[in-house]
Structure formats: structure tokens, C-alpha cells
Design a protein around this ligand. Structure first.
Ligand code: BDR
Ligand code: CA
Length: 350
């Protein structure tokens, strides 16, 4: 059977991605969730993943905290800006096996923008009980993913939907994995649309542009589910309120959380008429690539200037016949939305 690892910054749509995966239990085994940062810091991403699993009755899925700090942040939590030289040095140091920069200055914390999208508790202000379970050891995500990838190879799919630091560290620490057939279907980036945190950058890539740059260039085979497709797959308020009828704690949680997310979108991106289903689409495409249409590219990430965080073609690999990233530019919207409602509803039925 196929195995799945979700690498999440849980996160409203990350929680929906968990629900989608749990509602797909006939097709795939969710063998673990690893916690990254972005919408929230790693400790809260860990807590939320455990709590959502508990709410959905899946206390059997382990949760592994991941790398909790970007390789070369442009602004530190202390508000000091770093220089391009310092960032380039931190990236080079990290590529040579060292740590990135500045981890010890202060704990990482989300930007005010991320907090506004997902609420300070990450899950739209919905109150759900803590899990009775403890997470795995701090920082254990990287080794967990490496071990699973060696064991399962092409039968393993990893879906990263937050900062890419843990994923980049996996391929840096175990370079052989790029030829193992392991599948990485990530939510992040944008090729044909503007970004959502700057005119050029999508949130997950902008959290750690160096990590995403490394992931695109390291030789790993990736599929990119970016805003190009996730802004086409929209959950309307009317649809979300179908979960009212469930009358279960998980159903109520879904409604409260998505109401908050949709409120944000209505205020900030009224043209979308609902909320983008970013992370669940990545899970759906990972399970069934026939939902998307992809084109091959060799990508890099802009690391400096006003376009920092932009996903763009790597000019040094333009002539390479072999393309490492399949970028989704088309999606079967109605089939995905039907599956999304069916699977998430099944998971929340209790
Ligand atoms: C991505 O950023 C996060 O806010 C969401 O959870 C999603 O993974 C969308 O740009
Ligand atoms: Ca996310």
C-alpha cells in the first residue's frame, strides 16, 4: 500500500488537508505528520496536528516536530534586517552541512499577515481539546522522513505545505533520496499569478526562500501545486455549511475554522468568492495526479530584491532536457471539489 507523510504548518487549510488524507484511508496510509512553521511556529503546528488527529479519532498517527527556523531570514524576530551578504553566507554554510543563521537570536514567530489569515491559534480561533498524546522528539522530523523514504521509496509520497526547511534538510542530509523514486508534491509558489504575500511571492516559499530554492535545484523530483491551481479550487460559505448537518465535534470544527478563513478572503480577495483550498488540493493531487495537468520546468527561487520568494525558471538549466519539477497549471475543479467534500465529510462523520 502507498504511504503518505504530511509536512504541515497547521494552519486552517493544513487541517483540511489532514481531514482529506483521513477521508482517503481506503487509498493510502498516513504514516506520520511532520510539523513545520509558517502559519504558526513549530510547537503550535505540532500541537494543532495532534489535536486535529485526536478530534478525528486518529490517535494512531505520530507527529514529528521539524526544523523550526529559516536558513537565511531577511528579517529576524528581533526586527534586525540581515544583509544580502549575510544571507548568502548563511545559505552557503547550510549547504555545506552547517546550521543556517541566527537560530539562537529569538524563537521564530509568524508574521502579522499569517496571524491575520489563520488566527493566532492557527485554526481560525476554533477551540478544540489538546491531544492526550505527546509529540515525538524535538527535531525528529528530518530523520523520520529519511528513514521512511529509504524504506518505502516510490511507494512514499510526502506533501509539504508550509516552510520547506525540513524538506530541504532531508535532501541535503540524504542526497541519495533524489534517485529513490520518493514523491514530493508540495503546495507553494506561483508561476502565472501574483504572489499572496508580496506581488511576487507565495507564502510557503517566502517563509524560507533558500530552502525552496535548494529543494527545486537539488535534483529531487517534485510536483508543485501553486496558486495557479489552488486559486481555482474554492470552497464557498454555502458548501462549508453543509458540515453543519453532521452535528459532530469534527463537523463543527470544520465550519468554525472555514468561516474564519472565508471571512479573511472576502475582505482581502473578494474576487475569489470563498477560500482557496491550497493544502487539500496538494494532498488530492498527490493521491491522484490525474486531477491536475502539469508542465515540466527547472525552477529556482529569487533570493534577493523585490522579487525575493518568487518561483521562476532557472536560466542555468534552460537547455536541460530533463525537467525536475512538474508544475500544475490545470486542475479538474469540479471533480476535486466533489472529492474534497465527500472525503472530508466522511472523516468528520465520527
Ligand atoms: C499556503 O500558505 C499558508 O498560509 C497556507 O496554509 C498554504 O499552505 C498558501 O499560500
Ligand atoms: Ca500550509
Amino acid at each position: 500500500r502507498k504511504k503518505l507523510i504530511l509536512d504541515l504548518d497547521t494552519g486552517i487549510d493544513d487541517a483540511l488537508a489532514i481531514a482529506y488524507a483521513l477521508g482517503s484511508a481506503d487509498e493510502i496510509d498516513l504514516i506520520g505528520i511532520t510539523a513545520t512553521y509558517g502559519n504558526v511556529a513549530v510547537p503550535l503546528a505540532t500541537r494543532n496536528a495532534l489535536a486535529v488527529l485526536h478530534l478525528f479519532g486518529r490517535d494512531d498517527v505520530p507527529v514529528y516536530p521539524g526544523v523550526d527556523y529559516p536558513i537565511a531570514p531577511a528579517t529576524l524576530p528581533t526586527m534586525r534586517g540581515t544583509t544580502p551578504d549575510e544571507r548568502a553566507q548563511a545559505y552557503a554554510r547550510w549547504q555545506n552541512g552547517g546550521a543556517g543563521g541566527w537560530q539562537t537570536d529569538a524563537p521564530w514567530s509568524p508574521t502579522p499577515g499569517s496571524v491575520a489569515v489563520h488566527h493566532p491559534n492557527g485554526i481560525g480561533g476554533a477551540i478544540i481539546p489538546d491531544s492526550p498524546r505527546a509529540p515525538e522528539a524535538p527535531g525528529s522530523a528530518v530523520d523520520f522522513i529519511i528513514t521512511a523514504a529509504h524504506e518505502y521509496g516510490p511507494d512514499l509520497t510526502i506533501v509539504p505545505t508550509g516552510a520547506m526547511t525540513t524538506m530541504a534538510t532531508v535532501f541535503r542530509n540524504a542526497p541519495d533520496l533524489k534517485d529513490s523514486g520518493v514523491n514530493v508534491t508540495l503546495m507553494g509558489g506561483s508561476l502565472t499569478l501574483p504572489g499572496n504575500v508580496s506581488p511576487a511571492a507565495e507564502a510557503n516559499i517566502s517563509q524560507d526562500p533558500e530552502a525552496a530554492d535548494y529543494l527545486f535545484k537539488c535534483g529531487a523530483r517534485t510536483t508543485m501545486i501553486g496558486l495557479d491551481v489552488t486559486h481555482q479550487t474554492v470552497l464557498t460559505r454555502e458548501k462549508a455549511h453543509e458540515w453543519d448537518a453532521l452535528g459532530t465535534p469534527a463537523g463543527d470544527f470544520l465550519v468554525t475554522m472555514t468561516d474564519y478563513y472565508i471571512d479573511f478572503y472576502v475582505k482581502n480577495q473578494p474576487e475569489i468568492h470563498g477560500c482557496g483550498l491550497h493544502d487539500p488540493l496538494a494532498v488530492a493531487a498527490a493521491l491522484d495526479p490525474s486531477l491536475i495537468t502539469t508542465f515540466g520546468f527547472n525552477l529556482q527561487v529569487d533570493l534577493e530584491g523585490p522579487f525575493r520568494g518568487r518561483t521562476i525558471g532557472d536560466r542555468s538549466r534552460l537547455q536541460d532536457f530533463d525537467k525536475h519539477t512538474q508544475v500544475a497549471l490545470g486542475v479538474d475543479v469540479s471533480e476535486f471539489l466533489d472529492r474534497f467534500m465527500a472525503r472530508v465529510t466522511a472523516a468528520a462523520r465520527g
